[in-house]
Design a protein around this ligand. Sequence first.
Ligand SMILES: NC(=O)c1ccc[n+]([C@@H]2O[C@H](COP(=O)([O-])OP(=O)(O)OC[C@H]3O[C@@H](n4cnc5c(N)ncnc54)[C@H](O)[C@@H]3O)[C@@H](O)[C@H]2O)c1
Length: 389
Amino acid sequence: MGIGLGLVGLGSFGSQFVELFASHPLVDRIGLCDREPERIAAVASKPACRAKHDPRDAYPSLDAICESDLDALAIITQPWLHAPQCVQAMEAGKHVYSAVPVISVPDADEILEWCNRLVETCRRTGMHYMLGETTYYRAQAMYCRRRAREGAFGQFVYAEGEYLHDVDAHTNLRRVREHRLRGQAGAEWAAVEARYGARGVRSGPMHYPTHSTSGPISVMGAHAERVCAWGYANQDGDPYFAHDAFSNETALFYMSNGATMRICEFREVGHPEREIFRVYGTDGAFENDTWTDNQTRHALTVDEMRDPLPEAVASAFEAGMGQANYLGGHGGSHAYLVHEFIDAIASDRVPAINAWEAVRYMAAGATAHRSALRDGEVLPVPDWGDPPG
Ligand SMILES: NC(=O)c1ccc[n+]([C@@H]2O[C@H](COP(=O)([O-])OP(=O)(O)OC[C@H]3O[C@@H](n4cnc5c(N)ncnc54)[C@H](O)[C@@H]3O)[C@@H](O)[C@H]2O)c1
């Protein structure tokens, strides 16, 4: 028996994952769920979906799909909904895949409470949780984790990561926000967001930190222990930043392995979109697709850096997605995310980007924002340890 997988949230991003989940050889049934019925209809008609989707497996809400007998849900809804929805799904006996981040709401303390609840729910229910962090499966990250396992870095001394995405960049964040506020779930958010504002709670880009933190943290296998951070506040009254204390935030962390880590999350910057990291050790370093030690430099191709997918899975993805772009978006990471989640569920093992790992990326950002709000006060970063087993 293969896996019955339900896709919850079929908007701009969720709809990009339909072919990959539907063509994975270990998936034999696809459920579809969105509060906007036309989004289900648009996805159900895709050729890759038709073979594994029965129209009776369409659901108008998360509540409804949680009542189904599907094994697992991929939740790709708006970022302020993820953690409560993942907890609800695990309580209903479903394994969950979540779009990033763990959750993004204006209140850093609330984010940390959700991190705690997510880990507690995983532990208690025995359900698997995986964060769909695209940077984790960029070729550079796969390569660096391989070199780290070989010990090629020596002792880690320093790492830096950044997610530079100007609000008016090619993927225009004003339009992304407009789209996310459309529909029933979006309309409900305006009232909730206003209540944070009334309490004086102001957000910042460190509440969407996983593209910048996941590379260094996953490569070094270390977590953040302490942080100090500062923010840059928008200067021209841009309404996009009306709910934010800062449009850019920069943080310096002391890590559990003795290294330091610098993270930038910028939404106002005259630079093309970039999500990447660099890692430096006593014996070797990685930067700009290049491996170096103190004698040599070796420029790497993407194919050299990327791990192979199992052949049968790669062929199935090629059949579902077309040969030219069968790995999907964000540096070809989509295919790896889907395969890792499905393979982990099928073999009942903890996924690579499990809850314990995911909250390390999130807690680093949320605590950095708290520090920035306190003018760089050094704060401890909570950690929930490693997954059991
Ligand atoms: N590189 C990346 O990892 C990356 C890139 C883009 C987006 N994302 C993440 O993907 C998520 C989705 O982004 P998007 O642009 O597709 O948003 P979107 O607004 O286009 O889609 C979200 C969908 O979820 C549906 N939804 C919300 N609550 C629901 C419920 N209770 N039951 C059923 N359906 C529900 C909405 O109706 C909507 O169609 C975001 O959280 C974002 O952070 C990640």
